[in-house]
Write a protein that binds this ligand. Structure first.
Ligand code: KDG
Length: 311
């Protein structure tokens, strides 16, 4: 049986050594918020399934091959000739300021619809993970998210607002109706209003409104300032684990993988948030979206003293 199923768009990703407009060296990999979470979970020993459409092209092969190599189940993923595999260019523009350029409109993934994802959720996984990126990709992906959220499966949603794909108003209109279906809601502090009812004005009011709507766990990410998790019975705050920043892209997905891993393992709220801050720190400290994510046996490495050599 599958522990966590997820679906969305995974793109070929090019990380430039310098500025894109100057050309020069780059490194080719793959990335997508949902597949980043699936890889994070698979590395921790959970059965993760990713479903999506890639183009009938070499970068599509790269996406599927990479996910297979990471132990992610791609039984229901397929190529679709209607569009190419999406492409994301990443440049470090200024110190820790990263700039992302998408070439994804009209991609194969933008044709995803309910018939592509519903078979991957039968039999039901223990959890379904969705992100607010998928409904931004087009009407088909938005319908797939709605149909999946309505199934009788515990759902985790990470708001993941992408302002290059849609504005906040459209995002809120698509995401707010999903709230009653969620077991776990994850948002950055500046994204919580895209999920909570329009009337709620402060973080406290937004969290209370989501809990009142039936969301069992609300998790708020604060980047370098840490994270908070709320249930109707408990509130936990955790600082971020200090690491030298190599690449912040993918940190939120790693955080979600750690949180869901803790949930699957039956950890309490504090234990889930602790694991999430550890996996988030691994993502920040290593280059790439998911490449540096820990195996289960590596989780404790973050506690090793600086300068340690393992031999
Ligand atoms: O969370 C990191 C993702 O944003 C990145 O890997 C690509 O899925 C992606 C997106 O749509 O931005």
């Amino acid at each position: 049986a599958i522990d966590v199923a997820t679906f969305g768009e995974t793109m070929a990703t090019v990380r430039a050594e310098g500025l894109i407009r100057l050309g020069g060296g780059m490194r080719l990999s793959v990335a997508g918020a949902e597949s980043n979470v699936a890889i994070g979970l698979a590395r921790l020993g959970h059965r993760a399934r990713w479903t999506g459409l890639v183009g009938d092209d070499e970068t599509g092969e790269l996406v599927l091959r990479t996910l297979r190599a990471e132990g992610v189940d791609v039984t229901h993923a397929r190529t679709d000739p209607r569009g190419p595999t999406g492409l994301m260019l990443v440049e470090r523009r200024l110190g820790e300021l990263t700039r992302v350029i998408y070439h994804r409109s009209g991609s194969a993934a933008s044709f995803l619809g309910p018939p592509d994802v519903l078979p991957a959720l039968d039999p039901p996984p223990r959890m379904l993970h969705l992100t607010g990126i998928t409904p931004a990709l087009g009407p088909g992906p938005a319908a797939a998210v709605r149909a999946a959220a309505e199934l009788d499966v515990p759902v985790c949603l990470d708001v993941n607002h992408r302002s290059r794909l849609w504005d906040r108003e459209r995002a809120a209109n698509a995401l707010r109706p999903l709230a009653p279906h969620l077991t776990v809601a994850v948002a950055s502090e500046d994204e919580l209003d895209l999920l909570a009812p329009a009337g709620a004005a402060t973080e406290e009011e937004r969290v209370s409104a989501l809990l009142a709507a039936g969301v069992a766990q609300v998790v708020v990410k604060r980047g370098a300032a840490g994270a908070s998790a709320y249930t109707s019975a408990e509130t936990v705050h955790r600082p971020a684990r200090p690491v030298r920043v190599a690449d912040v892209v993918g940190a939120g997905d790693a955080f979600v993988a750690g949180y869901l891993s803790g949930l699957l393992d039956g950890l309490g709220l504090a234990g889930r948030l602790d694991r999430a801050t550890v996996t988030g720190a691994f993502a920040v400290a290593t280059p790439g979206d998911w490449e540096g994510l820990p195996a289960r046996s590596e989780l404790a490495l973050l506690d090793a003293l600086p300068g340690t050599t393992l031999r």
